[in-house]
Design a protein around this ligand. Structure first.
Ligand code: ADP
Length: 386
């Protein structure tokens, strides 16, 4: 809207003005034309001599109109009313558009502010997470040093280096050493998780026989499993050579086997097999899935895991049921570390399980380049990748 009048051409499209003028001329005969306030003809035609009438909308000048013919007055009245209506609608449309635009502008401003708040919160959380990882790493390190001394002195006493000890004292020392070892394992796991979180996972690389490594690790579980009547069967593989970090692969084996034993009822069965098979869960078929690898398959006849919790068990500190932890111990870190270590070696880890049906965990390790892949066989394990 201009100060000195309404700009009709801007508000009402010329096509609509043409239609209006045409309809009135057809209905009433004669000529009719609409001009803007500057005298420019916007629609219709009329002889130059025809008198022009000024139209206003809400008291503000809007246009000039002129008509000739027997019904000139009626044409002008009709045209004036119709234009009033058109301008009224056009104003309503403009107002709605302006309101909408303002609402959008406000929403955008709110979103921008919201976004900035979220970014600040994320930055703060990242900072807290970094501080937490640093704290865990420092604390674990500081706890390990005195604990190593406790273990060392207890071992020396158990060996009689500080003088003869009674059988009761030996029992106490055995308990001290067992609990100190457990604590050391926990501290080492926390330290490993914090080094994972800070992206400092470093691998040593040596050529290893998984047959030997798994067999020696299983020997450490045999006494405890035997006391509960759980048998552990090992199915070795002809040629299970991989290149990797001995301590970390040993830890993968230890986590999977200790869970299998822990979550299997007395007199149950645990099977550990090494075999050639695909690197990924879905077996041969496409791309990398078919890459031949060594599979470490740990099967138990234990309590199993429900489908909706399967993805969570690989998250740090997650335990399906904390009451079993109170009974058997555990940190909820074993599978997190196992997954990270397996993946750092280029392998994958997944589980096939159902409640009450036992579980089969499969961890894969790529074959070293020098080992021919031609002998690879399928393993039949088809679970969801972790
Ligand atoms: P934890 O130290 O508690 O064993 P893990 O990270 O190794 O921690 O395992 C996480 C959780 O996954 C366990 O607490 C348990 O609830 C579940 N889980 C792992 N292995 C098995 C299994 N073989 N059978 C049943 N549940 C299992």
């Amino acid at each position: 809207m201009l100060d000195d009048g309404i700009e009709l051409a801007r508000l009402v499209p010329t096509g609509e003005l043409d239609e209006l003028v045409g309809a009135i001329a057809r209905a009433l005969g004669g000529e009719l034309a609409i001009f803007d306030l500057g005298g420019v003809r916007l629609a219709g035609s009329v002889s130059a001599a025809a008198p022009r009438r000024v139209l206003a909308h809400d008291g503000v000048p809007l246009a000039h109109i002129a008509a000739t013919g027997p019904a000139a007055d009626a044409s002008l009245t009709l045209c004036a009313e119709a234009l009033d209506l058109l301008v009224h609608h056009a104003h309503a449309r403009e107002l709605a558009a302006a309101t909408h635009e303002e609402a959008m502008r406000l929403t955008f401003a709110e979103l921008t502010e919201h976004n900035a708040r979220l970014q600040r919160a994320v930055a703060r959380l990242e900072e807290l997470d970094r501080l937490k990882s640093n704290f865990l790493a420092t604390m674990s390190h500081e706890l390990r040093t005195p604990l190593t001394s406790v273990i060392g002195y207890a071992e020396m006493m158990a060996e009689g280096l500080a003088g003869p000890i009674s059988s009761e004292q030996r029992d106490y020392l055995t308990t001290i050493l067992g609990k100190a070892d457990q604590l050391l394992g926990l501290i080492t796991a926390v330290l490993d998780v914090s080094s994972l979180e800070s992206g400092q996972l470093a691998l040593e690389r040596a050529t290893l026989s998984l047959n030997d490594l798994v067999a020696s690790e299983l020997a450490t579980f045999a006494p405890a499993a035997g006391r509960r009547g759980i048998s552990i069967q090992l199915e070795a593989c002809g040629d299970a050579i991989v290149v990797g970090d001995r301590r970390k692969i040993r830890q993968v084996v230890s986590s999977l086997v200790s869970n299998a034993v822990k979550f299997t009822p007395d007199r149950g069965k645990v099977g550990v097999a090494l075999r050639r098979g695909p690197l990924a869960a879905h077996g041969p078929g496409s791309g990398d899935d078919a890459t031949p690898a060594i599979q470490l398959v740990v099967t138990d006849s234990g309590i199993g895991i429900s489908r909706d919790l399967v993805a969570k068990i690989f998250e740090p500190f997650f335990q399906v049921d904390s009451s079993s932890t109170r009974a058997f111990g555990g940190t909820g870190l074993g599978l997190t570390l196992a997954k990270a270590y397996v993946e750092a070696h280029g392998g994958q880890i997944w589980v096939d399980t159902a409640p009450g049906q036992g579980s089969t965990f499969t961890a894969t390790f790529p074959l070293p380049p020098a080992v021919p892949a031609a002998a690879a066989e399928g393993s039949g394990a088809h679970g969801a990748p972790a």
